[in-house]
Write a protein that binds this ligand. Sequence first.
Ligand SMILES: O=C(CO)COP(=O)(O)O
Length: 259
Amino acid sequence: MSAPAPAPVLLGVSLKMYFGHHQTLNWARRIAALAERHPAVTSGAARLFVLPAFPALVPATGILAPYGVALGAQDIATEDSGPYTGEVGGPVLKEIGCRYAEVGHAERRRLYGEGDTVVAAKTAAALRNGLTPVLCVGERDEADPADAAARTVAEAERLLSGARGAVVLAYEPQWAIGAPEPASADHIATVCTALREWLDDNPRHAGSTVIYGGSAGPGLLTRLAGTAGGLFLGRFAHDPANVEAILDEIRSPAPAAVA
Ligand SMILES: O=C(CO)COP(=O)(O)O
């Protein structure tokens, strides 16, 4: 019997607030062209998702969805509808075709004062609306890998207590975001393996994936050698050539032998 096919590598991109609107759509067209022709994507070995700013979600879905690239929002309201000026709720995100909603990013925690209660409520809002939360976890200051793993698993446990459903756990050590280099492969492997083991012990979150973010770029997947389920990209995805280089690191399954 042949071994089961490995899970697809999940590559997410958050555009944060870097690009203008037309720049976002031009970038999306280049990513769509890449997804259409790259064997890692067409074979199903890699899955891509993109989180643009809210106004780009609808037009970017039109550009990317036909090539299997999923869309998501960078934030979600804790409530589904009502008097919440400036917020965007899960039902609307679902209605316009989002598959993901990011919650708990270090920038939202640091700059907008979001704490665990809000992050857990946003995670619950995503799940009850049929969206997969991209839940960011990770230590604030550089720590040794075992310590970082223990703290990050405890954080995931806290944020997901009472939640049920598949999530994307994005391990983003806060000190590695916006840095010249990602955390070391050893560090990432230790924490992502601990998160994976914790998820595997929690059937409530069957189907979940662990990815790494924080100055991730070409070469990192190879160094990680399968210890993370994928990457969550920021600046290094601005140049589509880097996304292509990362896809090149993902082995597509060999075509079936012809008898
Ligand atoms: O925060 C990140 C993804 O959400 C990572 O951003 P950078 O890769 O730019 O550090």
